[in-house]
Design a protein around this ligand. Structure first.
Ligand SMILES: [Zn+2]
Length: 67
């Protein structure tokens, strides 16, 4: 797989073992963390947008509550 290094570590558990994941049900990208075994749903149809949003969230823990 080639997309692991683009993602920042999980903001919840700090694990770097996070990967982008395509959700068939919603037809959008989310992130799966193998550290805390969390499926973090995001709703981006574009892969780059999902990565950017994840990295923004991971780097800004104070803003988790804003959608
Ligand atoms: Zn985690």
């Amino acid at each position: 797989m080639e997309n692991q290094t683009e993602l920042k570590p999980c903001p919840f558990c700090g694990s770097e073992d996070v990967r982008l994941r395509w959700n068939m049900g919603t037809a959008t990208y989310g992130v799966f963390c193998r550290g805390c075994v969390s499926d973090i749903l995001m709703y981006f149809e574009v892969r780059d947008e999902a990565i950017k949003a994840w990295n923004r969230r991971a780097g800004d823990p104070d803003e988790n509550h804003t959608p």
